[in-house]
Design a protein around this ligand. Structure first.
Ligand code: ZN
Ligand code: ZN
Length: 270
């Protein structure tokens, strides 16, 4: 279905960009500082139990890499699909950047390191605390607990890197160092062309933005479509109504819905 047939009603890019408040920037700065403190403590804790466990730690690290791609897709799907920029706290802070990104994909390439990485540091803090405080010395379960700690620690590290990988995928080749282009071509981080699939209206697939490895299998099994069906059938909420407007959202919803039964989302429209 073309954009015209869908009758997209997106937010206004300037209003979205103006929604980045200075108080949120302080939250982001604190989050980045706290995040790297936690990562340093996790590395120290891992080092203290690493003797004779090289393979276990390497496999946990790789597991965390794959988990991060899944989490990036799941959080991206949540923020793209549900909620509104008008929600208290998470609206302007966490949901607004996702709306802005669909209206103006290049906007994130103009964001500095704090605005790019602050949000992902914030949402990772509680997992970092689990890694620091979870017990490791339980008789018979040491290897499993160490695996879980390293996998979670690796996962939040790659989750933190996700917006950076995402931002690089929106830059032109000549703007990137050769090493980053090599990582993109090797598909070790999100490649450029691969991510274009998500930026095609109605923005309803290929949500994973760390490496993008899970996009194909999750689309193949209809993972996010099935979740959307379940949410709409149990709550009646239409996916993407705040992102692309109610009319377009109803047209592409995975379950048939009655247009008149839906309240117009409370959002500023262009
Ligand atoms: Zn998106
Ligand atoms: Zn993007």
């Amino acid at each position: 279905m073309s954009d015209q047939n869908l009758n997209l009603k997106m937010h206004d890019a300037k209003t979205l960009a103006a929604g980045y408040h200075s108080w949120w920037r302080y939250v982001e700065i604190f989050s980045i500082f706290a995040f790297f403190t936690l990562i340093a403590l996790i590395v120290r804790r891992t080092w203290s139990v690493s003797e004779g466990r090289g393979f276990l730690i390497a496999s946990a690290f790789m597991t965390g890499y794959v988990m991060a791609d899944f989490i990036s897709g799941f959080v991206h799907w949540l923020a793209d699909t549900w909620g509104s920029t008008k929600l208290p706290l998470i609206g302007p802070g966490l949901i607004r950047p996702f709306r802005e990104h669909h209206v103006d994909p290049k906007a994130m390439t103009r964001h500095d390191a704090i605005e790019t990485n602050g949000n992902n540091c914030l949402i990772s803090l509680w997992v970092g605390c689990i890694c620091i405080f979870m017990p490791l010395d339980v008789e018979g379960y040491q290897s499993l607990l160490i695996f879980i700690m390293v996998a979670l620690g690796s996962m939040i590290f790659w989750v933190m890197m996700t917006n950076q990988f995402h931002k690089w995928s929106h830059l032109e080749a000549h703007e990137l160092p050769g090493f980053i282009r090599f990582l993109q071509r090797a598909h070790l981080i999100l490649p450029v062309g691969h991510h274009d699939v998500h930026h095609t209206a109605p923005f309803d697939k290929y949500y994973c933005i760390t490496t993008g490895w899970l996009n194909w299998p999750l689309t193949k099994i209809g993972f996010f479509k099935t979740l959307e069906k379940l949410v709409t059938m149990t709550t009646g909420i239409i996916p993407r109504a705040d992102d692309i407007g109610l009319d377009a959202a109803i047209k592409v919803a995975p379950v048939v819905v009655e247009p008149q039964a839906q309240p117009e989302p409370n959002a500023t429209r262009s």
